[in-house]
Design a binder for this molecule. Sequence first.
Ligand code: CMP
Ligand code: CMP
Length: 309
Amino acid sequence: MPEEGKKADSDEETESDDVVDEVEEVPLKSRGRQSVSAEAYGEWNVKKAFTPPVIPKTDEQKDRLKACLKSSFMFAPLDDTAFGIIIGAMKEVTVTAGERIITRGDDGEVLYVVEAGSFDCSIPTEDGTGERVVKTCAVGDVFGELALLYAQKRAATVAATEDGVCWSLDRETFNHIVKESAQSKRNQYVDFLAKVPLLETMGSYERSQLADALRVEMVDESATIVLQGDAGDKFYIVEEGFCIALKDGYKVMDYGPGDYFGELALITQQTRAASVVAQRESKLLTIDGATFKRLLDIKDLEERASKYT
Ligand code: CMP
Ligand code: CMP
């Protein structure tokens, strides 16, 4: 596969092509304005005049792509219309072990979502003599989004460590359909996460990945968030509010904004060691167990947990 998936551009089609695809190109509201000068109407109309590409796919490909996007934090929250456009615009890219997909310093025109395989992202070592892997992308992960989000050169080199399959998405469709929501979530939470003591040592890129993965949960005053003895599947950070932990009915901990709980059951694979109850209405950020294990420093958490009485 050539870098940036250029080869496959040749089989791209727009709405004028004969191919009728089941994932219909969803008409954007202002279709009728396509001939209007973008300059005359400003940025807002430029956005609306966009015609997304529709790349023909078999039903089998669409099913695989849907499943792949549903496992991606960046794409799963899209509404049906946006999701349909993305399904139409993405292109399947098969890769072989050792293949380089992105080269650091290049211009970036597409991002990739991993359907199968494993991909190492590398940056030069501090002394400049070699490269070090900063992230390994697995199924559902997105890579190549930074150049599109921030209009910058590729920040890392990405290579397949085994045979795999990715789906690429062009810059224009990404900008029109996904960029705003992806950026606003990152912007909203990256600053907050940087102030969470537990996450201080985390790299800024990992923090942005964590921001993508966060889910918000509002809980009422007196709600039991975690029940001692239950199985654990989530990790919690308090964004707003106040909660307490109770072990065997006795208060053992207070939690305010920036504090976390629910890590023990995920680390030890045991049931919840305490209950956690909201003392007032609270806004919590949750991270599912798999993402927690992938992005957080478990050793650091274990060390902190050993201080529980
Ligand atoms: P982009 O800069 O477009 O292309 C290289 C990709 O590597 C980048 O987007 C990210 O998706 C990915 N990547 C993973 N880890 C890092 C990191 N620590 N710094 C920069 N890029 C990273
Ligand atoms: P977990 O066991 O997953 O769920 C309950 C949480 O309460 C636990 O993780 C810790 O985050 C937190 N906790 C606070 N104090 C204690 C304590 N003394 N013993 C165990 N868990 C505690």
